[in-house]
Design a protein. Structure first.
Length: 121
């Protein structure tokens, strides 16, 4: 779908700098660069929420078949993804979100400065 590609591109453009900023912290926590790394796990969580994926089994199928967001198709076991979700530090997601807040705030302020369309006034 074209809509999905546009949204995926916007998410990628928005999140890539924030994810890159957390790479050092990722390594500082002792996490190795492996298949289920920070960018893939971030894409997995966003895909779970955005696409309303039923569970890890369906997420594993989606990753193997199509990939998601900025991740290419990758074959991993359901057990590997489940285990990674259980052990992946939540503070990494929090830090990425906090990195995004200034740009989200700026975008929100610029939207609020636009004049309202006549149909809404």
């Amino acid at each position: 779908m074209v809509e999905d590609e546009v949204i995926a591109e916007q998410l990628s453009r928005l999140l890539t700098p924030a994810i890159t900023n957390q790479e050092n912290y990722y390594r500082k926590l002792g996490l190795r660069e492996r298949i289920l790394n920070l960018p893939l796990m971030m894409a997995a969580v966003l895909t779970l929420l955005w696409r309303d994926v039923a569970g890890v089994r369906e997420l594993t199928r989606m990753l193997a078949r199509d990939g998601f967001l900025w991740c290419n198709p990758t074959k991993v076991s359901q057990q590997a993804i489940s285990q990674r979700f259980l052990t992946f530090p939540s503070e990494l997601f929090e830090k990425v979100f906090k990195d995004l807040l200034p740009s989200l705030r700026t975008a929100w302020h610029s939207r609020n400065k636009r004049p309202l369309p006549e149909s809404i006034q």
